[in-house]
Design a protein around this ligand. Structure first.
Ligand SMILES: NC(=O)c1ccc[n+]([C@@H]2O[C@H](COP(=O)([O-])OP(=O)(O)OC[C@H]3O[C@@H](n4cnc5c(N)ncnc54)[C@H](O)[C@@H]3O)[C@@H](O)[C@H]2O)c1
Length: 275
């Protein structure tokens, strides 16, 4: 166990990086049920409306150094990929544990290495959430006996793919049946569909890595929810899991299960003996 400047305080100081749909939802849960009364701060984008807003019991920062001077014990990143590469490393280096939600950023091997180096230097923990997918505990356990196949299939309604390279694959407004948009590795999916690869990254990190994780992405007019399927085969046997996720009321692009998984991770972190 290491010590941190905050280790003698009994109530952990929690920083939320990004106050969008997930961040606001998390703030409300922390204040109402997870840890009412805990000191909470948010890092927001300079110039955003949140930077000028005021929420009771919340400190707002637009600058990483100022946030560090506030001495958080734990940060939850729920902003954008760029925050994972620019804000998370200095926090880890300063000994702050970080729960990362924008997992798609971790498709970048160089960033994974620099985060690992920062965590080592600060003797801090980088924690990833399962987010919108499940079954990662079984996948991670199965690794021990060797895995032959990990295949993730993601299905979303056609309109959910607007603004992505899927627009070059088919006419999203006209398709009448499930249409394959991408088939390849999680590494290639991370390059081509960076904003849609939080789940593939979670699967790759828990299992056999980005190069060996197979990914299929489909636009499917028959589904109204985001559907995630995971098939795993190895010497342990096989399993298949299918999730049909409802959207977070505040953001139709984000699965409700994601916010619930962050809350579960935070509760687990807080229950565990800390430094
Ligand atoms: N792991 C998963 O399964 C999973 C599922 C859904 C979403 N996500 C990811 O979680 C993240 C948040 O999702 P959301 O639905 O809340 O998105 P959102 O768009 O509602 O919120 C993102 C927030 O980040 C803020 N932001 C942007 N740049 C910033 C900066 N430099 N500093 C501080 N804040 C900054 C934006 O102003 C915005 O308020 C996204 O990266 C998303 O891809 C992960």
């Amino acid at each position: 166990m290491t010590s941190s400047p905050a280790s003698d305080r009994s109530t952990p100081r929690i920083a939320i990086l990004g106050l969008g749909a997930i961040g606001r939802n998390l703030l409300a849960s922390i204040q109402s049920s997870i840890l009412p009364g805990a000191p909470v701060a948010a890092l927001v984008r300079a110039g955003s409306t949140a930077a000028h807003g005021h929420a009771p019991g919340l400190e707002i920062f637009t600058d990483t150094d100022a946030l560090l001077r506030w001495k958080p014990d734990l940060a939850v990143e729920c902003a954008v990929h760029e925050v994972v590469s620019s804000v998370v490393p200095p926090l880890l280096q300063a000994g702050v544990d970080v729960i990362v939600v924008s997992l798609g950023a971790l498709g970048d091997a160089a960033l994974r290495e620099s985060l690992a180096a920062a965590a080592n230097a600060g003797r801090a923990r980088l924690i990833t959430v399962s987010g919108a997918i499940g079954g990662l505990d079984a996948l991670a356990a199965a690794r021990g006996a060797g895995i032959r196949l990990v295949r993730y299939t993601g299905r979303k309604p056609p309109q959910a793919w607007l603004g992505t390279p899927a627009e070059q694959v088919c006419d999203l407004g006209a398709i009448g049946e499930a249409t394959l948009l991408f088939e390849g590795s999680a590494a290639d999916a991370a390059h081509l569909y960076p904003k849609n690869t939080n789940v593939t990254a979670a699967v790759a990190l828990a299992g056999v890595g980005f190069e060996k994780t197979g990914v299929r992405l489909l636009a499917d007019p028959a589904v109204s929810k985001n559907v995630h399927e995971l098939e795993v085969e190895g010497d342990f046997g096989r399993f298949a899991i299918r999730l049909e996720n409802s959207a977070l009321p505040e953001n139709p692009k984000t699965s409700w299960l994601t916010t619930l998984s962050i809350e579960a991770e935070l509760r687990k972190y807080l229950a565990w003996p800390r430094r």
